[in-house]
Write a new protein. Structure first.
Length: 522
């Protein structure tokens, strides 16, 4: 058949090598190398541009120019560069200073280069010139990649050896677990100051509760959350199993080794082993819920700050609340305590005719109170952005050799401490206007019939109302025989104040929201 040329349109298009003179330049430095040789960003770019000019290549774009470790090919700038050259269809060359600037992943780098070559794109290293289109040239190129990966493995071994030595001396090398804070985290590990923080003080109580088998894990978690900690049962279980809290270091880097840490322990080694012995491996589960004693753990003794428990006097068929502290003598009839609690709840009920007005006042006040917080947040974010820019600048100056290590470390530490300070002062308003309005709607609806909802509700509903209105619980003063509250849900706390003032306004008069804004603490 003499018309074979007509079938050419069905044949895949061949990517011709060397026909497209458009090129991109990719430069990179590693933060570990610190660019203390002629592989600095400026030097790399200069040599790559000279190579392009000498070989008649047209540089159309630059990529990299920053600090990225080549131990992985999931680098932001590297992936951005690959996407660009593959999608453009007009790039014939990727120019790098050396093949280890392109990648240090060995076989993975070879595969990427092979895929690029199939698309008509050659990777050219100006200091390691090879003809990658020939078999011998590909072999040489792959050797460069393999040697780069081997060099990485040697560095990794040296790093692990150094880290292992520090661990064996008792220095922890990573972020300490919950309950501890490193006050010198921007310094060398030997200078770190790992101390017990506020969470640690609460966890110390948790370990003691576990040691004495006082509460179930669920109850311990509830108490920790009430103290302000963010924790769950799974995490608590992990904490109880972590010997770091008794001063012992164990880690995957040194399997089978037990090391005495330099940090201060939360508990003794004996107590830790006792907690994790077979005797206490499974905590006894206590039944804490009782339909006749809904205020257990919600009401606490004001004298010794201990949550009240309860009991049944079988001969009378009556329930009582009591303080478990020995010798305290705080004891109260459940019926009487419930009546006092109901009276306290009734003070946060709202007259239905004031619902819409109070709702408007609350939203108005929230916007006024949080205005300063929002302005503070914006200002702190601006300052943090400037600090980030300063850190990037000193890293670049250090990388290209403009400043020495001593100056770099000095300013990095300074900016890091400032950054941490700004972060701690960043007050974020996590309540959106829509969430706030929903919360107010629910609270006002509930407040219209608050006492009845508690009296007629089942145990879960009673507890839900108790925790919602009085998030810190209720104190019982045994001397005065009265219940008192330290903290009330901000929305409910505003209701009696606003209701009282609204009742004084004559019918038909307008309401000045500024009149109430100072009375509401959201």
């Amino acid at each position: 058949m003499d018309r074979l040329h007509e079938f050419k349109k069905f044949s895949p298009e061949r990517k011709a090598l060397g026909e497209n003179n458009n090129a991109i330049i990719y430069t990179r430095v590693s933060t570990k190398e610190q660019a203390d040789t002629n592989t600095s960003l400026g030097t790399q770019k200069r040599y790559c541009e000279k190579y392009a000019t000498t070989n008649g290549l047209n540089v159309v774009a630059y990529f990299g120019g920053t600090h990225e470790s080549a131990k992985s090919d999931d680098r932001k700038e590297f992936q951005k560069m690959l996407k660009y050259v593959k999608q453009s269809g007009s790039i014939g060359f990727i120019i790098v200073y050396s093949y280890d600037r392109f990648s240090r992943t060995g076989s993975s780098a070879s595969q990427i280069t092979h895929e690029l070559l199939n698309q008509g794109i050659q990777v050219k290293a100006v200091t390691q010139e090879v003809d990658a289109t020939s078999a011998s040239g590909k072999f040489q190129q792959n050797l460069f990649y393999m040697f780069s990966q081997f060099d990485n493995e040697l560095r990794r071994d040296k790093t692990i050896t150094a880290m292992s030595d520090l661990l064996q001396k008792g220095y922890w090398l990573w972020k300490p677990p919950i309950g501890y804070t490193n006050k010198m985290k921007y310094h060398k590990a030997v200078d770190w100051n790992i101390v017990i923080d506020e969470d640690g003080k609460q966890l110390k109580k948790a370990f003691m509760w576990r040691l004495k088998n006082s509460y179930s894990n669920a109850e311990i978690v509830r108490r920790l959350i009430a103290s302000g900690m963010k924790i769950n049962e799974k995490r608590l279980h992990t904490i109880f199993k972590n010997p770091f809290y008794c001063g012992i270091l164990v880690c995957k880097m040194l399997p089978g080794e037990i090391i005495e840490g330099k940090h201060k322990p939360l508990i003794s080694k004996e107590d830790f082993l006792s907690i994790n012995s077979d005797r206490t491996s499974e905590l006894k589960e206590y039944k804490t819920d009782n339909d006749y004693l809904p205020l257990k753990q919600c009401v606490y003794c004001e004298t010794c700050n201990t949550p009240l428990t309860g009991y049944l006097v079988k001969s009378k068929g009556l329930y009582y609340y009591k303080c478990r502290t020995k010798g305290c003598g705080c004891n109260k009839s459940a019926k009487q305590l419930h009546e006092q609690f109901e009276n306290k709840l009734s003070s946060y009920e709202i007259d239905s005719k004031y619902v819409e007005t109070i709702k408007e006042v609350m939203i108005y006040t929230y916007d006024s109170v949080t205005k300063e917080i929002r302005e503070n947040e914006a200002n702190v974010k601006k300052q943090m952005s400037l600090l980030k820019s300063k850190i990037a600048t000193i890293e670049e100056r250090f990388a290209i050799g403009e400043i020495d290590n001593a100056i770099y470390q000095k300013f990095k530490t300074k900016y890091g401490e400032e950054q941490e300070s700004f972060q701690s002062n960043l007050i974020k308003s996590t309540i959106t206007s829509s969430n706030l309005q929903t919360a107010i709607d629910k609270a006002l609806k509930m407040s219209s019939n608050l006492t009845e909802l508690w009296v007629s509700g089942d145990l879960p509903q009673k507890k839900k109302i108790q925790n919602l209105v009085f998030p810190s619980g209720i104190g019982y003063d045994k001397l005065k025989g009265k219940v008192r509250t330290k903290r009330i849900n901000s929305i409910f706390s505003a209701i009696p104040l606003l209701s009282r003032d609204l009742a004084k306004i004559k019918s038909g008069e307008s309401v000045d929201f500024n009149q109430f804004s100072a009375r509401v603490t959201l």
